[in-house]
Design a protein around this ligand. Structure first.
Ligand SMILES: Cc1cc2nc3c(=O)[nH]c(=O)nc-3n(C[C@H](O)[C@H](O)[C@H](O)COP(=O)(O)OP(=O)(O)OC[C@H]3O[C@@H](n4cnc5c(N)ncnc54)[C@H](O)[C@@H]3O)c2cc1C
Length: 377
């Protein structure tokens, strides 16, 4: 059994930001336990590879990435995240929105071009994808304290400490002991997948289970092209469709890199689970060709990520609900054996931006501040 002062469960933005903040507070005795083999959580950026055109691009492969999770942040109303992005030296650029959008109302009418105004506040993307935020947050951390492939299964209160049991991909069990635990994962996953002894207060557990995980029911499709042919037609790449399968489409080109379009699949999660990936991709290509012309039917590469099938993001309950930004539940037990031992710092616990990347940064900051205040009180 390994013993640490603070255990952080989850290696997305909130967990990695919390680890960095603990280091800065002089608390270096922490361990971060992440279920997946990679860090990032809901942030996944993939290299827009598989094309001969890419080899000629004047951009490194690590910069030529598209996002299968979040793409945007909004410095206009998320100053804490904007400052973090700046401090980490990341390159941000504005979402391309110049030109007309295309709207598809019904399957028996042709898609229509419409004038569209640029979004306010402006949506910003990161060069290298959001993964570059994960890489920048991870870089200064002691990698010997980060344990990937460790799924937390159980927590027990023992002699003033918390015993944390994990399983790796080969079914090998390990145990950690921590004085305090930061839960850097969605509240619903904590309450439905981790077994607590003694049990968490019933009302708290119910409120965590009732908190939807933002974007968990969604799926994203990205198509990579040799050229941004839609821009040459005066189109912004933005589209809305009541026909589908994509409900909302945007330009996803990388400056000096690959041309790309991405869309959110509008087909409800239960329905799309009966459709194979190959069929879904084919339907997406057909739709993009209807909206943007025949060149859209032949992408150089395609990516499809269904977040509802990701066991470390979604539960069955996420599939049943309409997506809306969650109301943040209490961060931890206010009484009983778990009081002062558990603090929720995943994005859904954020007061200001629950569900957003900015929320993950805010909740992690609040959690570490609360933990260090109590430790020194
Ligand atoms: C398709 C999509 C689009 C989005 N678009 C945007 C956007 O444009 N802008 C924006 O601000 N936000 C967006 N979001 C939301 C954003 O991704 C999240 O707010 C943010 O990434 C949450 O970070 P987190 O650290 O709180 O949680 P997560 O990223 O969910 O990290 C939790 C981590 O915990 C791990 N974990 C889970 N269970 C266990 C366990 N039992 N043991 C150990 N580890 C475990 C997971 O593997 C994961 O790595 C989007 C999300 C998706 C899916």
């Amino acid at each position: 059994m390994r013993t640490v002062k603070v255990a952080i469960i989850g290696g997305g933005v909130s967990g990695l930001h919390a680890a960095g903040l603990l280091d800065r507070q002089g608390i270096t005795d922490w361990a971060l336990l992440e279920a997946k083999g990679v860090l990032g959580g809901r942030i996944v950026s993939v290299t827009a590879a598989g094309t001969s055109a890419c080899a000629d691009l004047a951009i490194a492969a690590t910069k030529n990435r598209v996002d299968l999770g979040p793409s945007w942040f909004w410095p206009g109303f998320q100053p804490q995240l904007a400052n973090l992005v700046q401090d980490l030296g990341l390159d941000a650029f504005a979402q391309f929105e110049t030109g007309d959008m295309v709207v598809e109302h019904a399957s028996n009418t042709s898609p229509r071009r419409m004038h569209s105004n640029a979004s306010v506040p402006i949506s910003m993307r990161l060069l290298g994808g959001m993964q570059s935020l994960i890489e920048a947050l991870s870089r200064p951390l002691d990698s010997a304290r980060i344990f990937t492939g460790q799924t937390v299964q159980r927590m027990r209160r023992v002699d003033g400490q918390v015993n944390i049991s994990t399983l790796d991909a080969n079914g090998i069990a390990s145990t950690w002991q921590a004085n305090q635990v930061l839960l850097a994962m969605p509240p619903r996953l904590v309450a439905s997948r981790i077994d607590f002894t003694p049990a968490l207060p019933e009302q708290l557990s119910r409120s965590w289970r009732a908190t939807g995980t933002w974007m968990a029911p969604h799926a994203k499709y990205v198509a990579i092209y040799a050229t941004p042919f839609w821009r040459q037609q005066g189109l912004s790449g933005e589209a809305r469709s009541a026909v589908g399968p994509l409900g909302e489409i945007h330009d996803a080109c990388i400056p000096d890199g690959s041309a790309a379009l991405f869309g959110f699949i509008g087909v409800p999660c239960r329905v799309r689970q009966g459709v194979s990936d190959d069929v879904m991709r084919a339907r997406c290509r057909e739709q993009l060709a209807r909206l943007f012309g025949p060149l859209a039917a032949v992408p150089q590469a395609e990516f499809l990520k269904d977040w509802a099938l990701d066991p470390y993001t979604a539960t069955a309950a996420d599939c049943e609900e309409h997506a809306h930004h969650p109301h943040p539940p209490a961060m931890g037990p206010a009484s009983g054996p778990w009081e002062g031992k558990l603090l929720g710092i995943g994005s859904e616990w954020s007061q200001q931006f629950p569900g957003y990347i900015a929320g993950a940064v805010e909740a992690a900051t609040r959690g570490v501040t609360s933990l260090t205040t109590h430790a020194t009180a």
